[in-house]
Design a protein around this ligand. Structure first.
Ligand code: HEC
Length: 177
């Protein structure tokens, strides 16, 4: 169960070529009805949900119960990211609406920006690659934001959640050290 750690290493080692106009990710509107290959659940593994391609994704029940990672992501996002990116991923005058970015950006590009940071003139996204409070929970933050971008969860704290699986707890302990 080394999935998050291996993702971190793999992504940190990549020098991802950022395509021109990358700042538009957050500006592109999300149409929840359109096809989003990085959204539908392909399989579940010990309380974590993945697309067919193994990209972490969210799972929301009809009664609004969210999977553990989505709930955890809500908390972690509001601890580490919302001061700049605004509550619920809605963006601010200072930093982009990353609930849209989580849908529009490739997962690995999203990871790369958080690990390495990004600067565009005075607009600075800090790097978090050495911050375990972010890196150990980046899948959580990512799936939460993707659920927000797709309007799968409303703004605010998700009222009902799945329990944290033993596997998720073990991975968290291993990552936090
Ligand atoms: C100190 C303010 C600040 C904090 C804290 C911050 N960001 Fe950012 N972030 C920015 C700014 C500013 C940009 C735009 C950078 C640019 O113009 O290239 C950005 C850009 C991004 C992007 C790229 C968006 C796109 O559409 O291209 C992602 C993804 C991102 N941030 C994720 C996060 C996550 C996840 C967190 C919390 C772990 C976080 N940020 C915390 C300021 C911040």
């Amino acid at each position: 169960m080394t999935r998050p750690a291996s993702h971190i290493l793999a992504v940190a080692a990549l020098a991802v070529a950022i395509p021109g106009g990358v700042l538009a990710w957050s500006d592109q509107p999300v149409k929840p009805d359109a096809e989003h290959p990085q959204v539908p659940v392909g399989y579940e593994e010990d309380g974590q949900y993945f697309t067919e391609d193994g990209i972490p994704t969210y799972q929301i029940d009809d009664d609004g119960t969210v999977d553990w990672l989505t709930f955890s992501g809500f908390r972690r996002y509001h601890a580490e990211c919302h001061v700049c990116h605004g509550p619920d991923g809605e963006g601010s005058t200072y930093a982009p609406k990353i609930k849209n970015s989580a849908v529009n950006m490739d997962y690995y590009d999203f990871y790369d920006v958080v690990v390495n940071g990004r600067q565009n003139g005075n607009s600075v996204m800090p790097h978090f690659g050495d911050n375990p409070n972010v890196m150990c929970y980046l899948n959580d933050i990512y799936v939460y934001l993707k659920a927000r971008g797709m309007d799968a969860v409303p703004r605010g704290r998700p009222p009902q959640k799945d329990a944290k699986s033993d596997t998720i707890a073990e991975m968290e302990n291993a990552c936090m050290g």
